[in-house]
Write a protein that binds this ligand. Structure first.
Ligand SMILES: [Zn+2]
Length: 265
């Protein structure tokens, strides 16, 4: 291999990275997001002054953590939305039924949590359909892409299957280890009327295995709900969407590396 050939791959990668960060590319991305927002927009929260917000939990159900969470929500009179994985819903249908009976919403988070933008279209559609089948007839037509990764093509797939895509405007960062007080403080400082909050009753993929324990997360949520009292009511996402104007963002994050460029407006 010549020196020039050896040099080519890193040089090309650098050029692509520079092009993506360049002003014209950023302007073009922004123009695309704005132009496609009415059809391809992703709901991040609801514009409202009503004292309501939505707690959402991804990746479950899980027999070790979900029952304690359902007990906690019941104690506080809070309703939540569970973005379920089809493979877990299929395995634990009684937990899905318990969620529905308790008045929570259940929604689609694919069958087994792939990075959708990197899959062929046929497999993306199969993932969403398999989850829909596993959850059963009580599921809301709401979809959340795993890891928040979404391309224009994968967004179109959700649309073609009749789904509204819902992400979040508050993430609890519960994939990292923190104390209950830290989680409670973060919720208290970030949650506002209309917020959609991202949490997990199970971490399907944990970069830090010690962060899998839901004990500190749920203890923090318990503290937050106790402190908040009646100042905010927690309702399902389908309910929240009727309480104000759903805010749509151009949410295109095709790979994990694209989080660096993500601007959810
Ligand atoms: Zn997930």
């Amino acid at each position: 291999m010549t020196a020039a050939a050896q040099a080519r791959p890193p040089a090309l990668r650098t050029l692509v990275a520079r092009a993506r960060r360049s002003m014209p590319a950023r302007v073009a991305r922004r123009a695309f997001r704005v132009a496609t927002k009415p059809v391809l927009g992703t709901i991040t929260h609801v514009e409202t002054t009503a004292p309501v917000a939505a707690l959402t939990f991804d990746d479950g159900p899980d027999p070790d953590s979900t029952p304690a969470l359902l007990d906690l929500l019941e104690r506080h009179g809070a309703k939540a939305t569970f973005f379920l994985l089809g493979r877990h819903a299929q395995r634990y249908p009684d937990l899905v039924s318990r969620m529905v009976w308790a008045g929570h919403a259940v929604a689609n988070h694919t069958f087994d949590h792939p990075r959708l933008p990197s899959l062929p279209r046929r497999e993306r559609l199969a993932q969403i359909r398999a989850c829909e089948t596993a959850i059963g007839p009580h599921a809301s037509k709401l979809f959340r892409p795993p890891r928040g990764l979404q391309s224009a093509a994968s967004r179109l797939d959700a649309l073609s299957l009749g789904y509204r895509v819902v992400t979040w405007n508050v993430a609890l960062w519960d994939w990292d280890q923190h104390t209950p007080e830290w989680f409670a403080d973060r919720l208290a400082s970030e949650v506002r009327p209309g917020s959609i909050v991202l949490m997990h009753d199970l971490l399907y993929e944990a970069d830090d295995p010690d962060a899998r324990d839901r004990g500190p997360v749920f203890a923090g949520l318990d503290m937050f709900l106790t402190r908040t009292g009646s100042r905010l009511s927690f309702v399902t996402v389908p309910d929240l969407l009727t309480r104000g104007k759903p805010h749509k963002a151009g949410w295109f994050v095709p790979t994990d590396a694209d989080w660096a460029f993500h601007d959810p407006r």
